[in-house]
Design a protein around this ligand. Sequence first.
Ligand code: PLP
Length: 379
Amino acid sequence: MAENKIWLSTPHMGGTEQKYIQEAFDSNWIAPIGLNLTVFEQNLENYLGLGNVAVLNSGTAAIHLGLILLGVESGDEVLCQSMTFSASANPILYLGATPVFIDSEPETWNLCPVALEAAIVDRIAKGKIPKVIIAVDLYGTPYKIEAIRAIAERYGIPILEDSAEALGSCYKGQKCGTFGDISVLSFNGGKVITTSGGGAIVANSAVLKQRAIFLATQAREETPHFEHTEIGYNYRMSNICAGIGRGQMEVLDAHVILRREMHEFYVGVFKDIAGVTVFTVPNDHFFSNYWLSTVLIDPKKTLGITREAMRLALEKANVESRPLWKPMHLQPVFRDFPYYGNAIAETLFANGLCLPSGSNLTEEDRSRIKAVVFNLFSA
Ligand SMILES: *Cc1c(COP(=O)(O)O)cnc(C)c1O
């Protein structure tokens, strides 16, 4: 292949990460304990402005512990946005609980308040009050924070905010990752910042943060011998990975600006192409990091060019793109669980495409992407 592959989203180091890794080596804290962990957590707390952060070895682990901290047990029901990555839902099954999937609304692509409330009313009528609402900030865009919170309060159900894709996003000036009763971040390789693999719980008290760390480090009681009165997990982040995180925090704001510039770039590329809309937040209250830039393609208005035609044209030019997350209620593994809604998530999945969005894409990369699009739509 003549030209390098252009990926959806790849790690983008700032330059100081190895200094903090070296510090871990120099102090010999090559372990899930050490200064990098403490400082990375403080950095995140300062950045978010609210909340108590416990860093873990993945976002999935954070969702698992988050559900435990919110009291989910075997046999419980957990409401979950259908249009999301499977890691939002898998931990429900780890606990022997039942996921109940909810449709999206078209403005943010996140939880539809109407479908959510209809689901709650119906589950209660069937004899069960759902235990938790998992609300996702998909592709970096905040969900309808106030509408979902109002429903949560009305029925007394806590929210687990899955902000794995939304570090750096805000709603009315408040950072995503601080709206849940528990919120969750991810630092996997493709996210806005990465620790190679990692995640975090954002709790609303220091006590809850300590409890998360306790469960994440094998639930070991404070005794000379190893005493256990609860089931523990090995979910703590390594001090090496936290060193990468410290370095990444220094470039987080700059990288959010660059991701948002990629979104602007696509708005420009598609502005005169009928039938293709670049997803954009509904109003100024929503501030998205635009972790991934996404488009919706209406083949009725593009003279028959579909999402798949665009994906294949990009693939031919060695450019990665990907359909939106396939809704969970359409996944073979989750097909038998209840679903509430219409076909918004399904329609988004049928017509939506994620485009290369990294903070490290070059002018040349952008020219190549633009050329593919212009070729496809001028044919
Ligand atoms: C990435 C992601 C996760 C999982 O995070 P990991 O750190 O990869 O375990 C959870 N939910 C969403 C929406 C994600 O995009």
